[in-house]
Design a protein around this ligand. Structure first.
Ligand code: NAD
Length: 452
């Protein structure tokens, strides 16, 4: 087995500008010229894998761009009686395997390239996790913390009306992401059902991540964090931690849905969480931070700052703390070259989407740090979303044990397929996960052909 550093050497791209990966497809498709552009970086990682496995040029260009990019601007009445205009997005990357599937992000920094990157990642993730879905993503450029509940309800319902003709239970199925949650999904499902009433569709199945009372699945809230832990338990013995999470030390970046569940479930497996950072600051306790207690504090106060069970520390200290596993579970591109140089761990498990830049990953791989890529590590959320959709379609409701057991099967299979690709192509885990995902897409395109 090649080490991560050796693997990195073997997969040297065919043309490089300085340290940055270049592929002629960037120019052929008119990609942004900034090498740090998120979409260019994200698709670049796939193209590197595609080159290594010899994927045809036509499939490379098809997968390098989304099928549809939908942007809507819509007015909503605020509580003070004045109207405000909002911008929303839905990007439908690919539906060769099945309906578009992916979350909705409510964040002030959301822009088209982010949403395109996240939609692209969903295609790869759903393919790797053996789900019958393609990839999509959307969002509203908004800070949800700055709006009352009544304003948020009107904004979400009005956005749903604006994209209602572009989504559907058999066509494009949104879900929660950063800044959105089950209440927002309930409003979307209700609005969509009202608009399509009488069409014969089960309108409530248009979104997943709903409250359990209206067709949500047990286990969906913790699913992404659970998937991170399932993949770690499966992969750790091979990549440096024979005892898996028992007695392992962990750092978590971002303590929202994904980070807090990953932290809590890691602790339940016997791990000790030493440091945590989020948008309110960083905290540290060498004796361990109680993840369950911290989750309650974050729920009550909105962030990890001022948590009594740990001392405040700097972000630099957060990254430099020696741990076995670092779980980035916040936003994109947070682990760049500088952070990677600081990081002192054995394994990075990407709970967030695209948290590690290519420059950051080169530094990590060079130090022998293994990076479990997002399309594998955080596929648990969409997997349980799939179970929710199945339950809606068959009017069933699964117990938690059935959900967790089936989730584990999908995560273990995706991890095993990544391992097989890595052995075959002697590459790092990110490239291997892409190859495993691309092999399924290649087979599907070979069977379906390209219309007309
Ligand atoms: P969330 O809104 O619940 O939590 C986001 C976390 O990121 C918060 O703790 C916030 O404080 C932190 N954060 C934001 N800006 C930060 C900064 N500048 N520095 C440090 N921390 C910062 O979101 P989530 O649902 O947990 O999603 C987190 C990541 O996981 C995103 O990349 C998302 O796309 C990905 N993801 C989420 C799911 C899901 O089911 N929710 C599934 C797959 C992937």
């Amino acid at each position: 087995m090649a080490t991560a550093a050796q693997a990195n050497k073997k997969q040297a791209p065919r043309k490089q500008t300085g340290e940055v990966y270049y592929n002629p497809i960037f120019d052929e498709l008119g990609f942004p010229s900034d090498p740090a552009n998120l979409y260019r970086e994200t698709v670049g990682a796939m193209l590197l894998a595609a080159e290594l496995m010899g994927l045809s040029h036509e499939l490379q260009i098809i997968l390098a761009q989304p099928k549809n990019e939908i942007m809507v601007n819509f007015p909503v009445k605020m509580d003070n009686g004045k109207y405000k205009l909002f911008k929303g997005y839905r990007v439908q990357h690919n539906n060769a395997i099945g309906p578009y599937k992916g979350g909705l992000r409510f964040h002030p920094d959301v822009h088209l390239d982010d949403v395109k990157s996240l939609a692209f990642l969903m295609t790869m993730k759903c393919s790797l996790a053996q789900l019958p879905y393609g990839g999509g993503k959307g969002g509203i450029k908004i800070d949800p913390r700055k709006h009352s509940r009544t304003e948020m309800e009107r904004i979400v319902r009005r956005f749903t009306a604006a994209i209602a003709h572009d989504i559907g239970p058999d066509y494009d199925i949104p879900a929660p992401d950063v800044g959105s949650g089950s209440q927002h999904m309930a409003w979307i499902a209700d609005t969509y059902s009202s608009i399509t009433e009488g069409s014969g569709k089960n309108g409530m199945a248009v979104v997943t991540g709903k409250p359990v009372e209206i067709g949500g699945s047990l286990g969906r809230e913790k699913a992404t964090g659970q998937g991170v832990i399932d993949v770690l338990e499966e992969m750790l013995p091979e990549i440096g931690l024979k005892g898996r999470l028992k007695n392992a030390t962990v750092s978590v970046l971002g303590f929202g849905n994904v980070g807090s569940w990953a932290g809590r479930l890691a602790q339940d497996k016997g791990a000790k969480m030493l440091t945590v950072a989020d948008h309110t600051g960083a905290i540290k306790n060498d004796k361990g931070i109680d993840a369950h207690d911290l989750a309650k504090h974050v729920m009550a106060t909105g962030g990890v700052a001022n948590y009594k069970g740990a001392a405040k520390c700097s972000l630099e200290e957060f990254y430099k703390t020696k741990v076995d596993v670092l779980i980035p579970a916040a936003l994109e591109q947070m682990i760049d070259k500088q952070q990677a140089e600081w990081i002192n761990c054995t394994v990075v498990a990407e709970g967030a989407n695209a948290p590690t830049t290519p420059a950051g990953e080169r530094v990590l791989n060079g130090k022998g740090v293994e990076v479990i890529p997002a399309i594998l590590a955080n596929a648990g959320g969409v997997t349980v979303s799939y179970f929710e959709w199945l339950q809606n379609k068959s009017a069933e409701s699964w117990d938690l044990d059935r959900v967790d057991t089936n989730l584990n099967k999908h995560m273990v299979k995706a991890a095993q397929m990544t391992r097989v690709a890595r052995q075959r192509y002697k590459c790092n885990l990110r490239t291997a996960a892409y190859i495993a995902a691309l092999e399924r897409l290649k087979n599907v395109y070979e069977q379906r052909g390209i219309f007309p």
